[in-house]
Unconditional design. Sequence first.
Lengths: 110, 165
Amino acid sequence: MENISAQLTQVAPLEHYILLSAVLFSLGVLGVLLRRNVIIMFMSIELMLNACNLLLAAFSAFHSSAAGQIFVFFIMIVAAAEVAVGLAIIVMIYRNIHSIDINELSKLKW
Amino acid sequence: MTQFLFYFLSFVAVAAGLMVITAKNPVHSVLYLIIAFFAIAGHYILLNAQFLAIVHIIVYAGAIMVLFLSVIMLLNLNKDNEPAKSNVLKLAAAVAAGLLLVTFTGTLKGTESIIASQPYDDQIGYVKALGKVLFNDFLLPFEVSALLLLSAIIGAVVLVKHDLK
């Protein structure tokens, strides 16, 4: 165990974790802006949530505090609830208009 | 060795994330996203967060992605009939995401001074330590999240039910 703990700083400096999370988050934003399929936009949102999770876990490890990992745990709970309700809404939309193209879902737009 | 593993896992995560948003077939997107999730689980193990790594694999790769796959199969969406956006919109999306990345990179200034705190506690990622924190300091959020999951279950059932009287 001492071996692993001594290696933590040698694995990668914190800014590399921040950079990796930033790249993953930007990829998620790009997916939401680029695609028209609602399900793929939904998956991009999952990618963004995971970028935040990774950042929280990295800070938790670097500060030796368990609070960050507990927050990742709660974010996972919220993500699971979000996916269950969101996919139910997508199924309902598909039943009504037979499409999940984001451009067809513009009735709330004025 | 672990350093090489970090960069390898980072490369896999970013490449799989890129494939998620560029794959034409939604089923392929789901499979690439699962690869990205496994790479992130590897990162958690490198960070000494073993409990998180296992929960991440069980919840994301095991439950959420199966839900995605089953909805795609249920709606019969596994064909690429998605009309493409115009090139101007694609360029605007790429520029917007790139500017966001530049902004995030700007926040890196000043983080060089953050190093792993001493003495380093490598036990915080285990179930025993995490459970003590979760059930002492975070007991109320834990109970509220149970309510959240219950309301999500009821909400999902109510939404997809056909003739709810």
